[in-house]
Design a protein around this ligand. Structure first.
Ligand code: NAD
Length: 354
């Protein structure tokens, strides 16, 4: 099977972690019937430098025609002083819009080997953590009618049946591949939009009888994430609640260099990127942890390309490398031996089953 992958290395450590990830993908697919063809596109600061705008038309056309998009990171100080329509980050918003990506999946995984990086009490995370936070990305209060005058302002929180149903389907489908449990987070004791949210999530749940659904108010969910995080499998929620809860869940895992993400739409085409930014402070120094991007590629294999076995192979190799003690600086304890970006990738490849 041949797949076309649009690759957007971007800025800062983006090109470094993308190059390492392609090495892992090439190794994982070697000798299999899966062939990945990569085409590189510009976006972010490097696109501003080369063609004068953060998201060139060619990138939009190329990504739309691909099977999946793998992105490093965009942005950096050099472009911070440009006007708001020339910000490198506009490339991300533009791509999400152009590709119709309405679901943001952020797994917050704490590997037991790294439990000391977790700010929670050790007994709360003794078996590690594996939560998938699913955030609605293109609706809700960030996109509702808004205005302000001298002394007041308002934002509108509105969700419609089709927006809720489509994200709920993504949540239940993801749960079917995991522990078959969905927690839908809302504020239905106060908000009408949440009552509608609940109604349609329950309707979609009927299509997935194997999955257990429970509802939780957002204030309680924020508390439960630090009180008893192991109770969660898939959390599905609206745009603003998801924005906040996904950062909280990420923090529980301790390191930003370990967190992958996926943005999905109605088709199998998705965009996969690490949660971290372009980290200009460590760019070009072989200090970047490539694991967040490598695990984003594993998500790509699973969600866009339907290659669950290859994805599992990569995830297992990361797990084994960590068990072997492979650590980049960001996840090492003081005094521990650390690996460079390239060496960490080598460790993953060395631990991959053929
Ligand atoms: P950042 O995530 O780039 O860096 C925060 C801190 O984490 C830094 O100390 C950095 O060295 C460290 N870090 C990040 N990724 C790491 C990795 N893989 N390995 C080891 N250490 C890592 O966030 P920031 O400093 O706030 O932003 C830097 C630039 O990135 C800004 O221009 C920002 O706008 C942009 N940004 C882009 C994205 C994206 O492309 N999706 C996301 C966030 C920030």
């Amino acid at each position: 099977m041949k797949f076309n992958i649009a690759v957007i290395p971007g800025d800062g450590i983006g090109p470094e972690v993308i190059a390492e990830t392609i090495r892992v993908l090439d190794y994982a697919t070697k000798g299999t019937d899966v062939e990945l063809n990569y085409t590189s596109y510009l976006a972010g600061g490097c696109a501003i430098d080369e063609v004068g705008k953060p998201l060139p038309e060619e990138t939009v056309v190329g990504t739309k025609a691909s099977d999946a998009v793998l992105l490093g990171a965009v942005g950096g100080e050099k472009w911070d002083t440009l006007g708001s329509d020339m910000r490198p980050e506009n490339a991300l918003l533009g791509l999400r819009g152009a590709l119709g990506l309405f679901a943001n999946l952020r797994p917050a995984v704490l590997f037991p080997q790294l439990s000391e990086a977790c700010p929670l009490k050790p007994e709360l995370v003794k078996d590690g953590l594996d939560i998938l936070v699913l955030r609605e990305l293109t609706g809700g209060i960030y996109f509702g009618e808004k205005d302000r005058d001298e002394t007041s302002g308002y934002d509108t929180l509105k969700y419609s049946d089709y927006e809720i149903k489509r994200i709920a389907h993504v949540a239940f489908k993801a749960a079917m591949k995991r522990d078959k449990k969905v927690t839908s987070v809302d504020k239905a004791n106060v908000l009408e939009s949440s009552r509608v949210w609940r109604k349609y999530v329950e309707e979609v749940a009927l299509d997935y009888p194997e999955v257990t659904l429970n509802h939780m108010y957002v204030d309680n969910a924020a508390m439960q994430l630090v009180r008893y995080p192991e109770q969660f499998d898939v959390i599905v929620t609206g745009n603003m609640f998801g924005d906040i809860l996904s950062d909280e869940a990420a923090m529980i895992t301790g390191s930003i260099g370990m967190l992958p993400s996926a943005s999905l739409g109605d088709t199998t085409l998705g965009m996969y990127e690490p949660v971290h930014g372009s980290a200009p402070d460590i760019a070009g120094q072989e200090l970047a942890n490539p694991l967040a991007t490598i695990m984003s590629a594993a998500m790509m294999l699973k969600y866009s390309l339907g290659q669950d076995d290859l994805a599992n192979k990569i995830e297992k190799a990361v797990d084994k490398a960590l068990t072997d003690g492979a650590r980049t600086k960001d996840i090492a304890l003081p005094g521990e031996l650390t690996l460079t970006t390239t060496q960490m990738t080598d460790a993953v490849i060395a631990n991959m089953e053929k």
